[in-house]
Design a protein around this ligand. Sequence first.
Ligand code: UT7
Length: 312
Amino acid sequence: MNAGIIGIGKYVPKKVLTNVDLEKVLDTSDEWIRTRTGIEARHIAAEDEETSDLAYEAAKNALEHAGMTADQIGLIIVATVTQDQNFPSVACQIQERLGAKQAGAMDISAACSGFIYATVVAKQFVESNSYEHVLIVGVEKLSKVVDWEDRNTAILFGDGASAAVISKVSEGRGILSFELGADGTGGKHLLIDQQNNIQMNGREVFKFAVRQMGESAINVLEKAGLTKEDVDFLVPHQANIRIMEAARERLGLPEDKMSKTIHKYGNTSAASIGISLVDDLQAGYIKDDDVVVLIGFGGGLTWGAIALKWGK
Ligand code: UT7
């Protein structure tokens, strides 16, 4: 039996920063941001609200959605590049707060591909019968590494968290195939520098993302013995609506078959795919037995994709 997602949760901070707010402090416009990126607003954490706080809230929601208690979790994997400190890890911080007394805990670093990487790592532990239930979290407080004077990046990012419980699901459902990839030669195009600021060559990342998202989606479908026609719903990393649309077109999917939450949250990096899944489920866009393709890309450079059949 395959591992799959049996519960999912999200958390975004209360404060909303709109494009109109940004217009007042940066040489940019609501019109430019909306047409070039699809973003209208993003949520920003309070100063004393840390990455681990966001992670904890999302994890609690995922456990509740799965109908589980924290002591049933065997392992916690947190994907983040904005941890509170180098160590203890965010995974250890939430292990304590959740009361997950049986769980091992670790953080992994795969930037915006973090949700996919964490899910695939969890799948290995579940399918090898090492752990029955693994809790994964994708979380970022990017507002603390954004240079708020750099219009190239300040408009893009938002804070948020998502979490999922990965466990065995019924025959035929769950993760059917996956792909993880990396190209360290492109690391220079997207990074957090020594001053703790995000630096990005937007055009290079854009080109890479358009190419890689399409290719990875096709690859995981082939690995699962599926074709483009089998796809019911696409959940791409919410980085730029133009990148997402390119991936959708590559799969030949109609507009309403792709997740679109970027206008509300901006790019929340490792959290974005999980946040989208929560909203899409609530909206009824994803139903049991739907073939869902998740695709992510990000700093590293890294990328990853998963084809799964939804449902417990
Ligand atoms: O999770 C992964 C994270 N990163 C990404 O996904 C980023 C991928 N890249 C992108 O999304 C896009 O490259 C950006 C949104 C970052 C930029 O869009 P673009 O269409 O590639 O714009 P550009 O960098 O080619 O700039 C076009 C023009 C330039 O002006 P000139 O040279 O044509 O006069 C920029 O200076 O737009 C200008 N510009 C802006 N104008 C208003 C750049 N940023 C802004 C801004 N507001 N915020």
